[in-house]
Write a protein that binds this ligand. Structure first.
Ligand SMILES: [Zn+2]
Length: 300
């Protein structure tokens, strides 16, 4: 690669991380305000402890938290590590998307999707809900990307499924992706007499199915279940049970959320979101390996 191109790529990579961390800063606002039905635009960010507005120089992603020593400049109360964590994760995801796809149509679309999945994850972890504000518009946006994929096969987008037309794979992905989780939920209710997942997970996986097609939707459920079991085993080994019914911990330093409805839900959203990121970055390679290596007739 020639030197100028390398320098440009390095610059764009840094730009991707900075852009992601700035979006992450906005996601922190959304994580707090969306479940409370507050506007994510107004008013300006203020310290949840002392209500003083936060100056721009105290609101620089990750950096300000480190410079301030995790304390509010005005009142000295601790600022949760969740803020820089969300900013850093979003920055890294934007960087990964740029590194994986480069300068194609898929890059801004998958950056936005990554941001949506970070938001879903942290709202689910702190509030035990999955915001409809993300998943409901996400379904038609996912279907729209399949149309883009159809028009621009070299866009970097991947909508995987058995049909020639990507839009069919996308529609089938949304229906089957959501439908399987809905059936699992109803099955758990019938067999275990308690709800397995929330309807929010159904809508989230319908959205992911719309983005990645039928094969993507199924792959996401398999990967999410695998990661979920792995984390479950780790928690048992660490002597912790699944979060007790009674609400999430208030590690974010906010008021404890209301306890969830009787017969609590397992927060499955973060696993679906993580699986969605994996499929976004490596889905076509995994599907290709499955069909062409695992299912290929043995060569003699
Ligand atoms: Zn303060």
């Amino acid at each position: 690669m020639d030197g100028n191109l390398q320098a440009l790529n390095a610059l764009l990579a840094v730009f991707s991380f900075v852009l992601g961390s700035l979006i992450g800063s906005f996601l922190n606002v959304c994580v707090y305000r969306l479940p409370r039905g507050l506007s994510v635009v107004k008013p300006r960010s203020k310290c949840p402890k002392c209500d003083n507005p936060i100056a721009w120089y105290d609101n620089i992603p990750v950096v300000s938290w480190l410079v301030l020593g995790a304390k509010c400049r005005q009142c000295g109360q601790p600022i949760s590590w969740q803020y820089p964590l969300v900013e850093a994760i979003t920055g890294v995801l934007f960087l990964l998307v740029f590194w994986r796809f480069g300068l194609v149509i898929a890059t801004p679309i998958y950056m936005l999707l990554s941001a949506a999945l970070v938001l879903v994850t942290f709202v689910d972890l702190t509030d035990w809900t999955i915001p409809d504000e993300v998943t409901l518009p996400g379904i038609p946006v996912g279907i729209a990307t399949s149309v883009l994929f159809m028009l621009y096969p070299k866009s970097g987008l991947a909508v995987m499924g058995p049909f020639e037309l990507p839009v069919f794979n996308s529609l089938l992905g949304a229906v089957v992706g959501g439908g399987v989780l809905y059936a699992l939920d109803k099955g758990a209710l019938l067999l275990l007499k308690k709800p397995g997942m929330g309807f929010g997970d159904v809508k989230l996986n319908a959205m992911l199915g719309a983005f990645f097609g039928l094969y993507g939707a199924i792959l996401i459920i398999v990967i999410a279940a695998f990661i979920g079991s792995f984390v479950g085993i780790l928690m048992i080994l660490a002597g912790k049970r699944q979060p007790a019914p009674g609400g999430p911990s208030d590690e974010a330093g906010e008021e404890p959320a209301d306890p969830p409805a009787p017969g609590h839900y397992l927060p499955f959203g973060p696993y679906l979101a993580l699986a969605g990121i994996i499929v976004m970055l490596a889905g076509p390679a995994i599907i290709d390996y499955y069909f062409n290596t695992l299912l290929a007739p043995p060569s003699l």
